[in-house]
Structures are given as C-alpha cells and as structure tokens.
Design a protein around this ligand. Structure first.
Ligand SMILES: [Cu+2]
Length: 163
C-alpha cells in the first residue's frame, strides 16, 4: 500500500533533472545516499585522519565518486587497501564506482577517505564532527558531517533499505 502511494507520488512529480539536482538535502542527492559517516579519534600529533561511511545507490544507473574535500584538511584522497607481496598496504585511487542498486563500504582495511595536511584539529576529537563534501560524476555533491568516535560503530547492514 505504501509502495503504491510512493509510485503514485513519483508519477505526479514533474520529471525535471535540473530541479532534482538542486534538491540536495542532508546526506543524499538524487539516488545516492551516504550513511553512517564516522572517523576514529587519533593522537593529536597524527599526520593524517581517515573518514568512513557507506554509499548507497538506489538508482538504476551507476555513478562514480570522483573527489572529496574538507575544510579541516589541505587535501583529501581516496585510498584502498591491497595485499601485495603478503603485506597489506594502502594506495590512492582516483575514483570509486558506485554500482546501480548497490553500495560501497568505506571502512578500516577497505576504501577510506584520507585527510592530509590537517588544518583544524579541534574538530578531530571524540564528540566533535567535521564537514566532508563528496563529489559524484553524475549526481553532484553530497555534504556530510562526520562524527569523530573513539571506537568503530556497529557496521550497518548494507543489504537493508530504509524505505
Ligand atoms: Cu589511507
């Protein structure tokens, strides 16, 4: 019943991609949403900080994460962990594809955002949060507030949809 109502509502909305692009609310843009952003509190002298989250694509076409920035850092990169010669190491990737109807998990020992050249360390302590902007090739930008935690949160079920 709820689904039928939603479909009807969708049919009533004017099909206007430009307008849809402008309607950026919170942690979603278009068919993309960023859920459970977080960062681990590190010692004050840590040179870099990582940010984690899950990106869901509820749409029928893939999109690509192409860039990231934060006012707390001079630069920010996407990293992945790879196993090379029996060692785990991280390396920069230029972009990350978010498959249609799928999700990509940014987590310790997986994809993560690496913040370099840290500017404002006052927000990098437990209980604070810092802004992060993610750029997507098709959908545009998503702004998230990344809470800083002492411990990793319970991983969310990436197969679950919240509608
Ligand atoms: Cu890294």
């Amino acid at each position: 019943m709820l689904k039928t109502t939603l479909v009807l509502l969708a049919l009533l909305l004017p099909a206007c991609p430009a307008l849809a692009l402008a309607q950026i609310t919170g942690n979603r843009v278009g068919d993309l949403e960023v859920v459970q952003p977080w960062s681990m509190e590190l010692p004050p002298n840590a040179p870099t900080v990582a940010a984690y989250f899950v990106i869901r694509n509820n749409g029928k076409t893939a999109d690509t994460l192409t860039g990231v920035e934060s006012p707390v850092a001079g630069s920010a990169q996407f990293h992945e962990h790879i196993s090379q010669d029996g060692l785990m190491k991280m390396q920069q990737v230029q972009s990350v594809e978010i498959p249609a109807g799928g999700s990509v998990v940014f987590a310790p020992m997986a994809y993560h955002v690496m913040l370099l050249d840290l500017k404002d360390k006052s927000k990098l302590v437990d209980g604070q949060a810092f802004p992060l902007t993610l750029h997507f090739e098709t959908s545009g930008d998503i702004n998230v507030d990344v809470p800083v935690l002492k411990q990793a949160p319970e991983p969310i079920d990436t197969t679950q949809h919240n509608h």
